[in-house]
Design a binder for this molecule. Structure first.
Ligand SMILES: *Cc1c(COP(=O)(O)O)cnc(C)c1O
Length: 393
């Protein structure tokens, strides 16, 4: 007996091997079963491999249509998308930005690139995303709201934006968060890096905020190698974002004028070509991911394990399936054992508030964040190769 190892861990490993095969099982690997090769070769043949080309606009249009956003702006990665979204939302040097400690470090890095500081509020136990109740409680206890601005009473800084994140694809209570933000005149930017395909009712995550950002890193639901996207319904903000991500160049046939310090954040056409092929497969990938999640759910129900489902009236893309174990000892024993057996599992990220870079940032105690960090682990969640073929033939 291995101390603290949850019951049925061996059965779970056998179950994972049954879905994914007997070799090493990664957490999430990309699948290229469609037009990826064709589009890449076409793009190379066209010579437009870099910062100009038709595939970038095509991917932007596809994402705008899929998410139901008026505009989409492609970027080199999701972190760059967040950086620009924060700037165009009005975040200035010395401002504070509300976010959650349960997130990937990119969220907080982008806040720092915009010369602002994160403030962490707690997450909900069920969604693992920002809690609208914790958000309101912190704002009421720590800020004053005057002249259309919310000011942190302790630091004197303006709180300009709020960046909740849809953890592992599970939609957070974004409509409620949007209400709080509107009340306090705080711009809402959704970090939807993990939630392409996740919805609240019929509405896609990323359409509740002023702006939202996506990521197409290699481990996300679809990939462009590296890449990201800003989505918004605000055409003026979209134009500013496009301008800033393309070196702030003033359009002209032959003259090079840049009207401010801009960024070289545009997605290369080669990456966009990969993304266009991936988008063709997205609905099918989402169906297969939901099917795999249903198998995990049934296994967990049968073996007394707690599978984490989306809350009522929301649908998740099942980017990363997650279960909740008894305590930190059970979590660590499970992680050691499964990874030792070639089944890749991992805990929630170390909380942002526990990283040196953000240790001094204000937080609300983060009780639920800590409770979840001790218990939640992700399970292998890729689209299984054999299933993909089966649906094809
Ligand atoms: C992946 C991810 C990002 C963006 O990452 P990039 O690698 O820069 O594309 C941002 N936030 C979260 C929560 C993520 O998971």
């Amino acid at each position: 007996m291995i101390p603290f190892l949850p019951d049925h861990t061996d059965a779970l490993i056998a179950f994972v091997h049954n879905i994914y095969g007997d070799s090493f099982t990664p957490l999430h690997r990309p699948v290229f079963e469609g037009n990826e090769r064709n589009y890449l070769i076409d793009t190379i043949d066209s010579n437009f491999v870099s910062s100009v080309g038709a595939r970038v606009s095509e991917l932007e249009e596809r994402i705008a249509e899929f998410t139901g956003s008026a505009r989409a702006i492609a970027t080199v990665n999701g972190t760059a998308a967040l950086h620009i979204a924060l700037i165009v939302a009005g975040v200035c040097q010395g401002d504070e930005v509300l976010s959650q400690a349960v997130t990937f470090v990119a969220t907080c890095n982008a806040i720092c690139y915009a010369n602002a500081r994160p403030v962490f509020v707690d997450v909900d136990e069920d969604t693992m995303g920002m809690s609208p109740v914790a958000l309101r409680r912190w704002l009421e206890a720590n800020t004053r709201h005057e002249g259309g601005k919310t000011i942190n009473r302790e630091t004197g800084a303006r709180i300009t934006a709020c960046v909740p994140m849809h953890t592992f694809g599970l939609p957070c209570r974004i409509a409620e968060i949007a209400e709080v933000c509107a009340e306090f005149d705080i711009a809402l930017i959704e970090d939807a890096a993990e939630s392409l395909g996740s919805r609240v009712g019929a509405r896609h995550t990323g359409t509740f905020g002023t702006l939202a950002t996506l990521s197409f890193n290699g481990n996300k639901v679809i990939t462009t190698g590296g890449g990201g996207m800003i989505v918004t319904d605000d055409t003026a903000l979209a134009d500013r974002a496009k301008h800033l991500t393309t070196t702030a160049k003033v359009p002209h046939a032959w003259e090079f004028v840049h009207d401010q310090v801009g960024y070289n954040y545009r997605m290369p056409n080669l990456n966009a070509a990969l993304g266009c092929a991936q988008m063709e497969k997205l609905p099918e990938m989402l169906r297969i991911k939901a099917d795999t999640a249903a198998r995990y759910r049934a296994f967990c129900a049968e073996h007394g394990l707690h599978f984490i489902d989306p809350i009522a009236a929301t649908t998740t893309n099942y980017w990363l399936n997650a279960i909740r174990l008894e305590d930190r000892n059970a979590r660590d024993a499970f992680l050691d054992y499964t990874n030792g057996k070639g089944v890749m599992t991992r805990p929630i990220w170390t909380l942002m508030s526990d990283l040196n870079a953000f240790a001094e940032c204000q937080n609300d105690g983060l009780e639920t964040s800590r409770w979840l960090a001790d218990r939640v682990v992700n399970l292998p969640s890729s689209v299984p190769e054999n299933q993909f073929h089966r649906l094809h033939t």
